[in-house]
Design a protein around this ligand. Sequence first.
Ligand SMILES: C[S@@+](CC[C@H](N)C(=O)[O-])C[C@H]1O[C@@H](n2cnc3c(N)ncnc32)[C@H](O)[C@@H]1O
Length: 262
Amino acid sequence: MLCNIEESNMTKNNRSPAGWDAVANWYHGWVGEKGSDHHRKLAIPAILDLLQLKQNEALLDIGCGSGVLAAYTHEHQVVYTGIDVSERLVKIARQQHTGTFIVGDARRLKQQASIAPQSFDACAFLLSIQDMNPLEDALHSAAYALKPGGRIAILMTHPCFRIPHLSGWGYDEGRKLQFRRIDRYLTPQRVPMKAYDGNRSGNTVSFHRPLSAYINALGSNGFAVDALREITTYKQPRDKATRRAEQEIPLFLGLHARKVNE
Ligand SMILES: C[S@@+](CC[C@H](N)C(=O)[O-])C[C@H]1O[C@@H](n2cnc3c(N)ncnc32)[C@H](O)[C@@H]1O
């Protein structure tokens, strides 16, 4: 069932938005130390391409999960900090990666004593921004943490073409082509995601918003978007109709923006 986005995504104890603690072991099993296939072949290369990290830069990985990005940023000799609301995922991150890992809410970075204002050259949201609501608060936090001129890189599922439970592939027999069906787009949605692990011990929540919500929220928090990447699958489907559709319709979106205003 889908609900309006205004509904809070906090659990009763107010500690674990979207229930990531409950699925931490499952997520760690899927991602591992170096990332799932999906991370290694698509998400990590895409975000590194957007970030263009330089030696000694300070990077804040917002919604770092089990810290997979850390494994790929050390070769750039950056000073890595990851923050995530899930205590369990941060514990796993600390066990398997070097860097600083903080348990905290990305929407309230000002309340984190260990995150000084204007102290980072770049912020990354790797598959995490769609789990955060309100979006405005997460971007306001990133602006707080970034130095003037600092940059933000976002890699997410494409909000125009991949809307959980409200989009999918179809096949047109007459035209012998695979098409993408979009049932709803403009209305923001709070989308409960299925419980993943065998025990069905937890649910996460994702937030669908139209592309304009991201661009406008970046703008209102002092960011100017200077790059946008629409990314198709890394897989090579055998049949022609699937291959054509999947090479034509991007299911991932990358955004790069610079902090231009205080
Ligand atoms: C899909 S996971 C991605 C994790 C990691 N970036 C990766 O690619 O493996 C989304 C992450 O966002 C985190 N998250 C959701 N809401 C958050 C918030 N308000 N503050 C900090 N982290 C949050 C979750 O705990 C979860 O680890």
